[in-house]
Structures are given as C-alpha cells and as structure tokens.
Design a protein around this ligand. Structure first.
Ligand code: C2E
Ligand code: MG
Ligand code: MG
Ligand code: MG
Length: 280
C-alpha cells in the first residue's frame, strides 16, 4: 500500500467524477438546445386496460427524446437532469400541449377515455400550471374529463399541504388525478384519507414478484393497497404487468384495471390508434 498507489486511486476517482460532470454538462446543453424548438420530443402512448377482457380504459403519454438519428432516449435518461436544472418546466409544458392535442385526436376517433400525462411537483406548484392547462383545453376543445394527470406518491406526499389544494382544484375542474408508483413512497395514512386523487397506480415492483398462488411480502402489499383503496374510495390500477400469471393473480385479488407490456408497450400515436381499433 504505497502512497503512490493511493494517489493513483484518488486520481482515478477524481477523473471519473470530472468525466461525469462533463457528460452531464454536455447533455444539459443538448437538452436546453433541443427545448428551444421542441421538435425532437414526442410522446408514446401506453393503453390502460380492463384486466378481464383487455379492452382499453385509458392511455398514458410517456415522453421520448429523439436524441440523434436512430437514438431515442427514455425519460429516465434526461428527466432527472431536467428537474435538477429547472428545464423540467419547459419540458412538462411541452408534454401537456402534446397530450392535450392527442386527447383531441383520440376523441375525434370516438374514444371516450382520458389521456394521462406525468407531471412533476415543480410544475403543479407553478402559478401558470392551471391557467396554461385551461388555455390548452379551450384551444383544442378538449373536455377536462378527457385529461388525467399522474404525479408520484413521493412527490405528492413530500409536499402534501402545498399540493393537495391544487389537486383538489384540478379534480373540481373534472380532471382525473392519479398517484403514480404508489407503494414506493411514504404516504401518511392521515393524509391519504384526505388526498385529492381519483386513482392509485400500484407500482410495478409489487407486480414483478407476483406468482399465482404464492404469497410473499409484495403480494401482501397488493392486498393491503386493494383494501386501502376500497376504504378510501380510490380507484386502483396495477402497472408493469408482463405475464398472464401476474394478470390472473391480480384478478384474484380483486384488481380490475392494469397496464403493462402484456397488453401493449408504449406506442407512437398512429400505432396506438391501430391497437385501439383491434382491441375495440
Ligand atoms: P411511470 O409513469 O411509472 O411510467 C411507467 C414506465 O414503465 C414507463 O417507462 C413504461 O414504458 C414502463 N412500463 C410500462 N409497462 C411496463 C412493463 O410491463 N414492463 C416494464 N419493464 N416496463 C413497463 P418510461 O417511459 O421509461 O418512463 C419512466 C418514468 O419517466 C415514468 O414512470 C414517469 O415517472 C417519467 N415520465 C415519463 N414521461 C414523463 C413526462 O412527460 N413528464 C414527467 N415529468 N415524467 C415523465
Ligand atoms: Mg406515470
Ligand atoms: Mg407509474
Ligand atoms: Mg413507475
């Protein structure tokens, strides 16, 4: 263990750190440039279905970034950076616009369900959030009932006092509010009973370990969340269903709606429209 070796290790760590900072800086610059005109961002849509017959009951819009030719980045690759840098506000307002316009298109084709989009805490808290949404609904002639907003349990509960009145306003407007990744955050039972939300979206991690007839701590959580949803009058949906076994186990637990690759991956709008025609 010579001092020189130790210094080498420190150098390696520092270099990795600097490389990381440089990479983040480059990505941030690209993100900021891409947001100037916005055309590199698009939405894919994943159906939410009735577990019994697979028919659509809604769709969720998920953001994609056409980063380079042939390279599409998933939200996980840039949303954390957008959040940390404040660019998220611009990004989410773009998403809102694209989602409302898709809602209009789907309604024109005779679909009656809502289009959901994901938001972050910072957006919802912005004073321009509701006026902007109202303006978009008016411009695209979309009814609030055709719109659903998803916010994660973690973000909703971290600022319950601040965000709940805004969620309440949105609900009173006729918009559906869903609590995303439910079960991974820390909901206080007291807050849950007064939370202004319509639906709990049970996180994929609980569905992942689901095997028919087998109990483990996650399957117990699925049962608990089911009872909780009945007690507090929330609708409930399970996300990340990949197998028929998982679907059947959820049906056995009383779950009626779900979302996941078993039914459909997120699809570009034209492919979604085809899917909807076939699924009826
Ligand atoms: P989320 O809202 O919980 O979305 C579900 C994620 O799980 C999506 O990943 C979806 O493609 C994926 N997924 C759905 N079904 C399955 C399945 O059966 N198996 C597997 N392995 N994955 C499945 P995606 O599109 O990468 O989105 C990740 C997260 O990024 C979303 O989680 C959401 O929190 C966030 N996000 C997506 N779009 C937006 C956006 O427009 N604005 C904001 N603020 N966040 C967004
Ligand atoms: Mg979501
Ligand atoms: Mg989710
Ligand atoms: Mg999730």
């Amino acid at each position: 263990n010579s001092p020189r070796l130790k210094l080498g290790a420190v150098y390696a760590i520092t270099k990795a750190h600097i490389d990381d900072i440089n990479a983040r800086h480059t990505l941030l610059k690209s993100l900021s440039d891409a947001l100037d005109d916005g055309s590199a961002f698009f939405l894919e849509f994943q159906p939410k279905v009735n577990l019994h017959d697979g028919r659509p009951v809604g769709v969720e819009a998920l953001l994609r970034w056409q980063f380079r030719e042939g390279e599409v980045l998933p939200p996980g690759a840039f949303i954390p950076l957008a959040e940390a840098s404040g660019l998220i506000t611009k990004l989410d307002s773009l998403v809102m616009e694209l989602a409302v316009s898709a809602a209009r298109e789907l309604a024109e084709l005779g679909n009656h369900f809502a289009v959901a989009f994901n938001v972050t805490h910072a957006d919802v808290m912005s004073p321009s959030f509701i006026p902007h949404l109202e303006q978009l609904l008016k411009r695209h002639q979309v009814k609030p009932e055709q719109i659903e907003i998803e916010i994660t349990e973690t973000q909703a509960m971290a600022d319950y006092e601040g965000i709940n009145p805004i969620l309440e306003t949105l609900i009173n407007m006729g918009i559906t509010i869903s609590i995303d990744d439910f079960g991974t955050g820390y909901s206080s039972l007291a807050h849950l009973s007064t939370l202004s939300a319509s639906t709990l979206k049970v996180d994929k991690s609980f569905v992942d370990t689901l095997m028919l007839g087998e109990s483990n701590s996650n399957t117990h959580i699925l049962d608990m969340v089911y009872r909780l949803s009945r007690q507090c009058h929330f609708k409930i949906i399970a996300e990340g269903i990949e197998t028929e076994t998982q679907r059947d186990a959820l049906i056995n637990k009383g779950y009626e709606t779900g979302q996941g690759f078993l039914f459909s991956k997120p699809l570009p709008l034209p492919a979604l429209i085809d899917w909807l025609k076939k699924a009826g």
